[in-house]
Write a protein that binds this ligand. Structure first.
Ligand code: NAG
Ligand code: NAG
Ligand code: NAG
Length: 459
């Protein structure tokens, strides 16, 4: 009995091994692999004749690993039309079409899985998750020219100026009244303040200029002084509030991204949506019948130029359009991060950044022909790579989080003030000097005329 069991078990094991042996379809094969340049998953380098010279990137590393594991060889071909695969005018284009026509065995790039595609080709296990996002112009720092008036709202400024004039008017009228009705208590010498001299007192307090004092007039001498004292108190509040706010405005710049989400984009007057033509997300937007997506879809239909051709798969071309500052350019986040890194590397600053919201997250896979014998082994290979941590390793190597991403939402205190921060103050001084020299000129002309008159009289 036991011997029979052992025999059966051995037979089962032998059969299993035999059938496992049989599924090694890849051993010794040569595969034709469709691919398309999509940084950072796939970099394709051409020689001067335009043929593929070598490749790099996460997907390429995966291909190399698979060839070693399953002992096969391959060569890359690119789709003549440059597309990944969209259903247009009743037929598929791009690499999907090549696979349907059985011209290629495998599509190896970051191919988004969709239901429609899954009906005509077989996807492998997904190897990455890549949300859609958008590159947008970086939020600009506040304009420091306006910093000196910013701590208060215009209404507050108006009220402060109004209160200065009110105080001036009251003290001035009091002085006149005392002069008229109680002339014996009016010291005409030092207390005979003109309207503008009164005003200068109030101005002196609020601009922290000591040196002027309110003279005592009247029998008790307090009437005008009480108003002046009452003015001093709010002045202290104004001055401290102003200097506190000014400090924070200048040292902690407030940066507001122009848009944070697709809904913001739908209502934005400054930025237009652009997106690669014939991509999964573009169809989603174009097919939407309500809400923000519908508005974006309408915008795309009105501006067909914003549906980008495949030339924009080239990061430099993509970046140049983003740098015009008029578009929110939607694409896979990994690609956008690559573009941001490129922007920083090329220009050394952050003219563009990423939109905060991640839109839809798609799964990326490779794909094979329907009912391909290779699928099971490639799937097994992907699972092994994931289990070994190779995916993480390659992602760390190729996906670099750009400097220009996401450090805009926290205002970062600046270590030192720069000239731009204080430009408005210096400009004010220059304006003051110009006005002053103008006034001197007018004075001298007046003086000249007076002298001329005097000379005439003498004559
Ligand atoms: C790998 O494939 C080659 C053919 O390309 C074949 O000659 C060789 O025996 C294979 N190696 C193994 C270990 O199966
Ligand atoms: C380009 O093509 C020419 C002619 O076909 C060939 O002689 C040359 O070696 C090729 N150059 C490269 C870099 O492959
Ligand atoms: C699809 O058809 C329309 C008109 O029938 C044509 O203008 C357009 O170029 C076609 N698109 C493709 C990709 O063939």
């Amino acid at each position: 009995m036991f011997a029979a069991w052992t025999l059966l078990l051995t037979a089962v094991i032998i059969t299993a091994e035999f059938s496992f042996e049989k599924v090694d379809y890849l051993n010794g094969k040569h595969l034709i692999v469709a691919t398309a340049d999509l940084n950072p998953y796939m970099y394709i380098y051409h020689d001067s004749n335009g043929t593929i010279d070598h490749a790099d990137g996460i997907v390429h590393e995966m291909m190399l690993w698979l060839t070693l594991k399953y002992n096969f060889t391959f060569n890359y071909v690119e789709p003549p039309d440059g597309y990944f695969g969209a259903f247009e005018n009743g037929s598929w284009n791009g690499m999907v079409a090549m696979t349907i026509r059985k011209e290629v065995d495998l599509i190896a790039t970051q191919l988004t899985t969709t239901y429609a595609r899954s009906k005509v080709i077989d996807f492998t296990t997904s190897f990455s998750k890549d949300p859609m996002s958008a590159v947008i112009p970086a939020p600009k720092e506040d304009n420091f020219m306006s910093a000196i008036v910013k701590p208060f709202q215009p209404g507050v400024w108006a009220l402060i100026i109004f209160s200065m004039f009110s105080g001036t008017t009251v003290t001035w009228i009091f002085m006149k009244l005392i002069d008229k009705h109680m002339p014996e208590h009016y010291n005409g010498g030092i207390s005979n303040l003109q309207f503008w001299e009164n005003f200068m007192y109030y101005f002196g307090i609020i601009s922290s200029q000591a040196g002027r004092s309110m003279p005592s007039v009247g029998p008790l001498g307090h009437a005008v002084r009480i108003i002046a004292a009452a003015w001093c108190l709010p002045s202290v509040v104004f001055i401290y509030l102003y200097s506190g706010c000014l400090t924070s405005f200048i040292t902690i710049p407030k940066l507001h991204p122009l848009i944070e989400s697709l809904d913001d984009l739908a209502t934005s007057a400054d930025l237009k949506l652009t997106i690669l033509k014939d991509t999964v997300f573009e169809s989603m937007i174009l097919e939407a019948t309500s809400g923000g997506f519908k508005i974006l879809g309408d915008s795309l239909r009105e501006n067909p130029k914003n549906r980008l051709s495949k030339d924009y798969l080239e990061p430099e071309t993509f970046l140049n359009k983003a740098l015009t500052g008029r578009f929110a350019m939607v694409d896979q986040k990994s690609f956008l991060e690559y573009v941001l890194n490129l922007a920083f590397k090329t220009y050394g600053n952050c003219e563009v950044t990423l939109m905060k919201q991640e839109i839809v997250t798609s799964l990326d896979s490779m794909a094979v022909q329907k009912r391909s014998p290779y699928l099971a082994q490639i799937d097994q290979g992907f699972l092994t790579m994931a289990a070994l941590g190779l995916q993480n390793y390659w992602e760390k190597r190729f996906l670099k989080k750009p400097k220009c991403e996401g450090n805009f939402d926290k205002g970062i205190a600046k270590p030192r003030l720069n000239l731009a921060n204080l430009l408005s103050v210096f400009l004010l001084l220059v304006a003051g000097m110009r006005e002053s020299s103008k006034t001197l000129k007018i004075d001298s002309v007046a003086h000249q005329q007076k002298n001329d008159k005097a000379i005439k009289f003498k004559i």
